[in-house]
Design a protein around this ligand. Sequence first.
Ligand code: HEC
Length: 104
Amino acid sequence: MQNLGMCSDCHSPRHEKGQFIPGRYLEGTVLDFQPMHPVPGWFAASPPIAGLPGWTRGEAVRFFMTGVDKYGKHSGPPMPGYRMSRRDAEAVAAYLKSLPAGRK
Ligand code: HEC
């Protein structure tokens, strides 16, 4: 199964020392990096994915397998367009659904 740590890189808030804030895992955050050159459609922040708010498990599985989100679009940079196997996609979706949704 994929290492969900890579999702945290962009989706978990950190405090000023660069460490993850306990209890706010995968709640979405302002990204602390930017492209050197402007990239059209670049997102400066990531959405919360703990609990997958607004997503059914099936929508999330399809998104992780195809890179096409529930709106029928590819998500904006720097969100990678994953092409996970069904097993991995289902495991990731099930894990995210099992997390408590953030306070936002
Ligand atoms: C390099 C940074 C980065 C990484 C790594 C990353 N994300 Fe994202 N993610 C983003 C950004 C930025 C957005 C907002 C883009 C958008 O909404 O189009 C986003 C959006 C999303 C969305 C909403 C997509 C949409 O189109 O509405 C989901 C779900 C998501 N990420 C899940 C994940 C999962 C699961 C992982 C790990 C397997 C992951 N992300 C790894 C940056 C990242």
